[in-house]
Design a binder for this molecule. Sequence first.
Ligand code: CIR
Length: 256
Amino acid sequence: MFSRAIVRPPSVNLGSGLTSAAMGKPDIALALHQHALYCAALEQCDLTLTHLPPDADFPDSTFVEDTAIVTPFIAILTRPGAPSRQGEVAALAATLPQFYSSVHSIVAPGTVDGGDICQAGDHFFIGISERTNEAGARQLAAILAEEGYTYVTVDIRGVAGILHLKSGISWLGDGRLVLIDALARHAAFRDYEIVRVDTDESYAANCLRVNDQVILAAGFPQFESAVRALGYPVIALDMSEFRKMDGALTCLSLRF
Ligand code: CIR
């Protein structure tokens, strides 16, 4: 169960952030509206939110998930792989000690983006990507192992179309993983029940189980039906403006 989340609204220059999507510039008013609905959905799932102030020095800072890895028991500040994002971590370094007695850190030459880290119960999938390097993965793995978690690394550098591991995988709980086709046969996922996402709906693979509900991106009817058929109450949210900046549902919060 999660009880809290940290969120950070987009700043006016969201459109100056990093992106590989050729989908045009985000509409800031609409992005703020979508962010407000996202926050409301988390509250509907019984989370108490901490709102960090927007920061125009860091146009990607709304994607707060990349700056820390949090569980109900431990917190780890990351060192994001994109140099333009490394300064985002300071705000989390100032905030997390309210909730944790000690806070770990990834240090140079390691880099880790939270979007590459998928927790599945007591087990972690650690994506090695253009953002998360092997040194960062080793540091993270050592911290997790010390805390009693198990882990496996998943190299996604050859997987087309995903920025982070969690662009292609989500943990639904109940032994179930949501996976894009390109990851579905990977050995790391062999012991799980797999909910596959069709290639034309692959953006929907990033979804968010929060307590009893599943928050998913609106506009992907096959995936939404599959999740409903499994019996989960669903909240569907329009993510259009964040998608333009390679962002998806999990990126917009840290849940613990
Ligand atoms: C970036 O490229 O870093 C941002 N524009 C998007 C980050 C998305 N974060 C995530 O998937 N966890």
